[in-house]
Design a protein around this ligand. Structure first.
Ligand code: CMP
Length: 136
């Protein structure tokens, strides 16, 4: 089933020069890009995107980290991409993430876990609208 998901290459990934590697893994898998934009996220956008995490102990430091530099936001399209990208990314904690996944190969810190991928069709629709409101 063809779907779309919102993927963020977070500021740590962009700063560390890993954007090319991440795009390569996505396209090598067979998925395509429907949208791609590099931008530094403002607090309003982050508050909307991370609404479910507001009030959690890590929320403020997460927003500070996410606003500190450019993020590559993209819409990725293809067969079962919502579940599939999350498998490619690995678990939230990069130390626990399997080698071979993006987080497992390149991360050590939970907050700076390199990428975000929508976790359900409902989240994907909500998040794509936040980042790419004009996308058809
Ligand atoms: P993601 O799953 O993309 O969305 C929520 C983000 O919050 C998560 O990636 C991490 O960047 C961050 N996060 C989740 N749990 C923690 C935690 N316990 N400590 C710090 N950051 C966290």
């Amino acid at each position: 089933m063809t779907e779309r998901t919102l993927v963020l290459a977070k500021p740590d990934a962009v700063r560390r020069g890993l954007l090319g590697e991440i795009l390569t893994r996505i396209t090598r898998k067979g998925w395509t890009l429907a949208a791609l934009e590099l931008r530094t996220l403002d607090r309003a956008t982050l508050a909307e995107h991370y609404a479910e995490h507001q009030g959690k102990p890590f929320y403020e430091s997460l927003v500070e980290f996410m606003a500190a530099g450019p993020t590559a936001a993209m819409v990725v399209e293809g067969e079962r991409v919502i579940e599939g990208f999350r498998a490619l990314a690995g678990t939230t904690d990069p130390i626990a993430a399997a080698p071979g996944t993006i987080r497992g190969d390149f991360g050590t810190v939970t907050r700076e876990n390199l990428v975000h991928g929508s976790d359900s069709p409902e989240s994907a629709a909500r998040e794509i609208k936040i980042f790419f409101p004009g996308l058809i």
